[in-house]
Design a protein around this ligand. Structure first.
Ligand SMILES: [Zn+2]
Ligand SMILES: [Zn+2]
Length: 183
């Protein structure tokens, strides 16, 4: 059975660092992509470098993938391509207890927000890559920036067919027309 690359023990990281490559045919990685995709056929690969320090683990990586999705405007399926580079710092030493300020508010140290506490001696690359993938998703799923979507009036798919809605007329203009004809 192939070793699960998604979980790396700290004692497996040599002094020179560890490079992990998730090939497109890596089943567990493909399965993780499939969970984020909306449809079959997600593919991609990723590289992660881990460096072990006495107090922390530095991660740097890149991922590229194609994820089947559905456009939120025209509802058509399309392949979303994602390229992302990332770095993360996992702290190994216990974080100091958050201090309660005088007014009872929890004080957050802003410098620590991009650091994650590592629990135990296993780095879960699956979690980290999933998190990075979700961060890379666009706020709106669009097949293309200028997708015209579907007309709410006639239901025409505006990328490929014209809207057949009747132009809206304001009844007040009809009265004006009437007045003109009468005079
Ligand atoms: Zn679309
Ligand atoms: Zn229409």
């Amino acid at each position: 059975m192939p070793r699960d690359l998604l979980k790396v023990r700290l004692n497996e990281i040599p002094d020179r660092g560890l490079d992990v490559h998730f090939a497109p045919q890596d089943q567990r990685y493909a399965q993780m992509l499939a969970e984020v995709a909306d449809g079959d056929g997600a593919t991609g690969e990723a590289r992660v470098r881990l460096e072990l320090w006495p107090s922390r683990v530095d991660l740097s990586g890149s991922m590229s993938s194609r994820l089947p999705q559905h456009c939120s405007r025209c509802l058509e399926p399309f392949d979303l391509s994602i390229e992302r580079e990332f770095t993360q710092v996992l702290m190994r030493t216990a974080a100091p207890e958050p201090e309660l300020a005088a007014d009872g508010e929890l004080e957050l140290n802003l410098r620590d927000l991009d650091k994650t506490q590592l629990v135990g001696d296993v780095v879960d690359l699956g979690e980290i890559l999933r998190e990075e993938l979700l961060l890379a998703l666009p706020p709106k799923m669009l097949c293309r920036e200028d997708c015209q979507g579907i007309c709410p009036g006639c239901g025409a798919e505006l990328n490929s067919e014209p809207c057949t809605c009747q132009p809206e007329t304001d009844p007040r203009w009809d009265i004006l027309k009437q007045l003109k004809l009468d005079s």
